[in-house]
Every structure is written in C-alpha cells, then in structure tokens.
Design a binder for this molecule. Structure first.
Ligand code: SF4
Length: 197
C-alpha cells in the first residue's frame, strides 16, 4: 500500500531540475538498499570526472511529478533504507532550489528512512561559505548524511566505503546539528575496520 502520492510539489518558484539516472535497489551509494537519484548540472569540472555528460543542467530528463512520485513509491517497501542524491552536483544553487521541497516531502513521508546526499562542496562552504543559498538551511535540515568534498584523484582509496577519496567526509547531520560542529557518521565496525573481531 502506498502512503499517498504527492500533488503539486514541482520545484518551487519555477526552478526545474533535470536528472540523468535513477537507480533502484542501489547498495553502492549509502547504507543498506536505496533509491539513488543522479541530478544534472555541475560547474566544478573536476579532473578525472567520471560523469562529464552530467555537467549540463539540460542533460537527461525533467525531474517532474511523475518521476518524483515513482521515487516516493519506490521508498515504500520495508527493505528500502532510504534515498541517496548524487550528481552532477546537487548543491548547485539551481539544484538546491529544485530539490528542497521534494526532500522535505520524502523526510515527512518516511521519517524512519535516511536521506544521503553527495556533494563536491564542503559542509563549511554550504553552511557559511559561497555555496550557501536561501534554500541551503532547509535542504541540509532534510539530509541525514552528507558526503562532502571534491573527489581528489591523488587521495583515491578503493578501500573506503561510500566515498572515493580520503579527503571526503561522511557527516552525521543530526549529530552535527546537535553538537554545533561536524560529527562523522559511524560505520558498522565490521566495515570500518575490515575485520570480524
Ligand atoms: S563534482 Fe562530480 S560531476 Fe561535477 S565535475 Fe566533479 S566528479 Fe564530475
């Protein structure tokens, strides 16, 4: 049974988001089994970018009501742990504006499930730096885990879970909000230490 689909929740103030891919039952981009959304648009132009076709904000398809409802429905089963949002760059101003009401809806409808977001920006750049917009506070309030910082080829480490290079942090946003400083997400010890001890 679905909990009801969303009506009239297209991105606010006429700002539209495009997306390139949605993966269902994804286990690579966050804890557990997840729905993963890859939005279009990125100005970072990282060396060795794996996804150059996502630089254009016009790439892919419009993230319309039908697509948003499909994601909401995909989150319903008990075995789905939550939603992950990647890019492109979800924290480009246009994408922040286009995603904020949708992520708030996901959080309101599925408070027991987690929202992970991957960004090339740092937490500090988003909270008080150049990437802060009038939508950032609301957006971050909907996110449970923020994987922040750019991928750096020289710091690539294939043993890391859920991140590509060692400069990237996996931030527990609820704990960070409570502490007033960055608190890292605690991985399962089996995975964090690569041991069964
Ligand atoms: S942030 Fe991601 S999509 Fe954007 S240039 Fe860097 S690797 Fe590519």
């Amino acid at each position: 049974m679905h909990r009801g689909l969303l009506q009239n929740h297209l991105p606010e103030r006429g700002c539209k988001v495009n997306y390139s891919t949605i993966k269902y039952c994804d286990i690579a981009n966050g804890e557990g089994v997840r729905t993963t959304l890859f939005v279009s648009g990125c100005r970072r132009r990282c060396p060795f970018c794996f996804n150059e076709e996502a630089w254009s904000f016009a790439a892919g398809r419009l993230f319309d009501d039908e697509t948003q409802n499909a994601i909401l429905a995909s989150l319903e089963p008990a075995y789905i742990d939550g939603l992950s949002v990647l890019g492109g760059e979800p924290m480009e101003p246009e994408n922040q504006r286009g995603l904020v009401s949708f992520l708030e809806t996901v959080k309101a409808r599925y408070p027991e499930k987690s929202i992970w977001c991957y960004t090339g920006d740092t937490y500090e750049e988003l909270v008080s730096g150049p990437k802060r917009t009038e939508d950032t506070e609301r957006l971050l309030a909907s996110i449970d885990v923020l994987v922040d910082g750019p991928f750096i080829q020289e710091l690539k480490d294939i043993t890391l879970r859920f991140r590509g290079s060692s400069n990237q942090r996996i931030i527990d946003m609820a704990a960070t909000r409570a502490a007033g400083k960055v608190v890292l997400w605690a991985d399962d010890p089996v995975f964090a230490t690569h041991t069964m001890d």
